[in-house]
Design a protein around this ligand. Structure first.
Ligand code: G16
Ligand code: MG
Length: 217
């Protein structure tokens, strides 16, 4: 049976994508090109430096490593300024109730995020106490679709991969879950998340009862 839930952060528990977008857009404008919300879709779930590479390719710009590190730091400073103002009103619909439901039913809960800013976001939204383990971008070396973030989460919780369900809004995250040998629930559109065991529009559609149904597939 299912013993643990592993949650992605951005797009599953909170909508920080809008802040990432504003910060990347500002950087693109300073570099002299436009960066649309449609372009931003390509950055979801992707690490900071990989996001910068995508952004620069959209602008047709080639830069050396040192300049790239400097630009990534500038973007992160703008982003950090925005997330320090976050509070619990920015938790996505249904997320808090489902986290409580998991804990009340004795399930273990872990975070599996690519973000190096995850602790700031969890603390500002008051979500930190709901987690038994927190795996974020400061603790991993390989980005999703590599399974590292979820494999580490399961081992820290003391559960087996087949006892875990991963909640993800990104295709790369669903693939990471599969490569880790875990079941997955996609949050968003069935078109892009078709490989998940179940796709829901938000965590508002999830219950622990529904979770055990996934275990039988
Ligand atoms: C999040 C976002 C990505 C972002 C990445 C790294 O991942 O979805 O857009 O590029 O974290 O964030 P940071 O620059 O804060 O380290 P996740 O895994 O929570 O969806
Ligand atoms: Mg995400």
């Amino acid at each position: 049976s299912i013993k643990a839930c592993l949650f992605d952060l951005d797009g599953v528990l909170v909508d920080t994508a809008k802040y990432h977008y504003l910060a990347w857009k500002r950087l693109a404008e300073e570099l002299g090109f436009e960066f649309s919300e449609h372009d931003n879709e390509r950055l979801k779930g992707v690490s900071r430096m990989a996001s910068l590479d995508i952004l620069l390719s959209i602008g047709g710009i080639d830069l050396d490593k040192a300049t790239k590190l400097e630009l990534a730091e500038r973007k992160n400073n703008w982003y950090f300024e925005m997330i320090t103002k976050m509070d619990d009103s920015e938790i996505l619909p249904g997320a808090l109730d489902f986290l409580k439901d998991c804990r009340e039913n004795g399930l273990k809960v872990a975070l599996g995020s690519a973000s190096k800013n995850a602790m700031t976001i969890l603390n500002n939204t008051g979500l930190t106490p709901y987690f038994d383990a927190i795996i974020d971008g400061t603790r991993t070396t390989s980005a999703k679709p590599d399974p590292e973030v979820f494999t580490l989460g399961a081992s820290e919780l003391g559960v087996l991969p087949e006892q875990c369900v991963v909640f993800e809004d990104a295709e790369a995250g669903i693939e990471a879950a599969q490569r880790a040998g875990m079941r997955s629930v996609g949050i968003g559109s069935p078109i892009s998340l078709g490989k998940a065991n179940l796709v829901v529009a938000s965590l508002g559609e999830m219950t622990v009862t529904r979770l055990q149904e996934i275990a039988s597939v």
